[in-house]
Design a protein around this ligand. Sequence first.
Ligand SMILES: O=C(O)C1=N[C@H](C(=O)O)C[C@H](O)C1
Length: 292
Amino acid sequence: MDLHGIYVPLVTPFTDGGELAAGALERLAHEVLDEGAAGLVALGTTAEAATLDDAERRTVVELCARVCRERGATLIVGAGSSDTRRSAEALAKLAGADAALVAVPAFSRPGEEGVLAHFAYLAERSPVPLIVYHIPYRTGQTLSAAALRRLGGLPGVAGVKLAVGGVDQAAMELLGDVPPGFAVLAGDDLYLSPLLALGAAGGILAAAHLATGRFVELAEAWGKGDAEHARALGHRLAAMAGAAFAEPNPTVIKGVLHAQGRIPSPAVRLPLLPAGRASVDHALERLAALAC
Ligand SMILES: O=C(O)C1=N[C@H](C(=O)O)C[C@H](O)C1
């Protein structure tokens, strides 16, 4: 599968009463695709997936699958847990997805060989290609470039969402020698521009709800080697992304989307708390600065 460009991990909009706001989700999905996103991610971290019940998860995936079908866009669905057997069962039930975003098992810290065995087991059984979600500051499990490359060599593994909180040695080594057919996607909004400059195929970025078209422009600028434009735009997008992540994701992004009238409420579910007004205002200022 060809994974290229900017994918938006959609927030789950809620009403003031805390119910899923399906109409707002559908509008957001169309808006980001209108601005050039290559696809959507349903049930990512940004979706507060851990707090959604089964019926809500089904509604979100069905809605995103319908929109992606209508628009000819790629749908990636977050799935899996730290239990390999149950992850395989969840993947088997995925409907309407083009690929599944599966995090490295969190908390159990199985070591690199355990992570390899987990993904080999899942890739053999999954009806769709897998994207490894590598986010060691959430999972507690680091991976070397060699392990990432071995993951990339597994049949049925299409890419990695690389979110290591920087551009580290493993990222440099991986991007210096990417296995064929394996897409490296930036997963930390702040480091999108440097990873694209190093050869990443694109990104899965919550801040791309805001200024989607500018993120797409950045990926295209690095893709065609327009370093002067890409470098300047990358700095401005990083400043905006930094503001969007000033409080736990997706609280600031929901605050901004609400202030823009794009979702009915900034509500998030516990244990998240809504972002403070100052953080939302700061992100709005950074966003406005992008237009200048
Ligand atoms: O849901 C996602 O996918 C993302 N989650 C990350 C996080 O919250 O750590 C941030 C990234 O922009 C996309």
